[in-house]
Design a protein around this ligand. Sequence first.
Ligand SMILES: Nc1ncnc2c1ncn2[C@@H]1O[C@H](COP(=O)(O)OP(=O)(O)OP(=O)(O)O)[C@@H](O)[C@H]1O
Length: 582
Amino acid sequence: MEARGSSESPPDQPKRGKSKTPRKAKDSVLKQKSPAEFFAENKNIAGFDNPGKCLYTTVRELVENSLDSAESISELPAVEITIEEIGKVKFNSMIGLVDRERVDEELYDDYETAKAREKRLAKAARNQEIQAKNAALGKKVKEPTPSKGMKGRGGASFYRVTCKDNGRGMPHDDIPNMFGRVLSGTKYGLRQTRGKFGLGAKMALIWSKMSTGLPIDISSSMRGQNYVSFCRLDIDIHRNLPHIHIHEKQEKKEEWHGAEIQVVIEGNWTTYRVRSYVVDLCRCQNSSKILHYMRQMAVITPYAQFVFKFVSDTSDKSMTIKFARRTDVMPPVPLETKHHPSSVDLLLIKRLITETSKQNLLQFLQHEFVNISKAHAERLIGEMGPEFQPKMLIKSLTDQQIVRIHQLFRQAKFEDPVGDCLSPAGEYNLRLGIIKELHPDMVATYSGSAQVFEGHPFIVEAGVSFGGKDVKQGLNIFRFANRIPLLFEQGADVVTRTALKRINWTSYKINQMQDKIGVFVSIVSTKIPFKGTGKEYIGDDITEIATAVKYAIQQCCIQLKNKIVKKMQAREQQERKRNLSK
Ligand SMILES: Nc1ncnc2c1ncn2[C@@H]1O[C@H](COP(=O)(O)OP(=O)(O)OP(=O)(O)O)[C@@H](O)[C@H]1O
């Protein structure tokens, strides 16, 4: 039998005469990558997809860190965000690069021939004429989209993003690792925080390194410190280590605690622009994603004050928007909780054994997990088998014995964790937000009790509104997770899918297509099951969460239905009276 594909007769041997030396596959070489390198190469998975999104995600990460920080010390947050546009000439002078005039125009991406330019200008003139006619007739005027010739490649530019807060600040010695080492942070425990991965601020730095080569500046002061820590650093991508330029204690000139972070990145404000910066923000559908985010953040965080500044290269486009604090009542600080036995895996049990300060098995079970009392722990040890004793040293457990504990944890019944470690937005805040955002005719809110998925407690709160002057017809969905507004990947999110597919709106006298419906859903948990590190949406695959979202929306709909029916009855009665009096 012919040995097909053997070394003597390779199936795809090059044809004679075409190439004398057959291509040889290179031997694969084993390489390692640092986490910083990995995220630099795959920055899209952390929400840094393109310059516009990079600017948005940078602002988002810095704002969320500021809020986490202020809330952790029960301080009413006051956050100042400034985005300063830096033109190419200014940027070049900042880095000491002499600006050079173009010589060979044809080399450039935005080069257009005289004919193409003529055609573009003629088209623009035609459009302008149509717009003017439409405006005169009172019709909607569409904003012209800049053509390639006008804006060049994607309209990207440079921006200095500064975020200043009144939070906890950071210990002087920890700052380099907090900002210069990917996957390092203080929010890894089981606590409801906006941050989780120890990645966001470092991604902003990696992007600044990739796009401008400039370092990040961090100023910080903690309560009781009589100095300001200043650190300028970038990141050694290959070693995932901070590369410190300056790290010093400076004189504290004013009473302040908090942090101020400044980073210069490439971005794109124009694709994320406001239609007009004087428009009423509540009505602006086309507003910049960043402003949209800020507005929704103000909705879900009414106890915070935000000042947002955009400083344009051309001063006429500059703006300052203040999102004033609307209440002084802050939700309680979320508490750190212990692991639920049904949520731990083998690796985690081993880590807990290594880290525990407890001596024996009984103490370990009782103190390292929620919902295991002393009596319960004794019963569990009895169930593990004869070689397990309450007093046996925890560090002496063999690998097999740890597997036995894990198996029992997965099979045994445990009470659900309670939600007292969580800090939901609260029905009051949701209602406040809906009224501010949509000015509806009717609104109903609902706050569910704590539930559990994979051993993690979560709470779903919802608000559904009906009507409103400037609300578009159909479903207007607003999603929040651990009090972060979610603006991207709407279609795949559990809230959108539930509202679109699992709610029978007509049974609540609501017309899903024609009525103006606002749906607000806020989910808080010690672990939000985000899809991806960009924290952009919650998948639809966790039954417990999908069911709770559906139930919360339904509860609002039941309340609304009563109001709608009453309103309809009142209208019918009025009509009858009017007919009788005719
Ligand atoms: N404004 C700030 N005030 C105080 N500490 C901060 C501030 N910004 C960052 N930090 C500290 O730096 C750490 C790292 O921040 P980073 O944004 O990289 O990750 P994270 O917020 O922990 O998680 P995530 O990647 O999910 O956002 C934080 O855990 C926090 O301890």
